[in-house]
Design a protein around this ligand. Structure first.
Ligand SMILES: [Zn+2]
Length: 67
């Protein structure tokens, strides 16, 4: 993960613990992040570094072919 992505992830984690997942979506939308399907979340979630779910932090390598 790039340093810039790590900062986004840490910020998103703070938002998640304080305000909940819906605010993480708002934050991701403001940044213009892509959405991809996340198995653990069972939903389309914002991703950083192409494959890392911003909500739960899971890697979703099945989406790599789109990169
Ligand atoms: Zn997830």
């Amino acid at each position: 993960m790039k340093d810039s992505d790590r900062l986004i992830y840490e910020k998103a984690y703070q938002i998640y613990t304080k305000d909940g997942a819906s605010k993480v979506y708002d934050y991701a939308n403001k940044l213009g992040l892509d959405y991809k399907y996340c198995d653990p979340c069972e939903a389309d979630t914002p991703v950083i570094s192409q494959t890392t779910c911003l909500v739960c932090g899971s890697e979703n390598p099945t989406d790599l072919q789109e990169a």
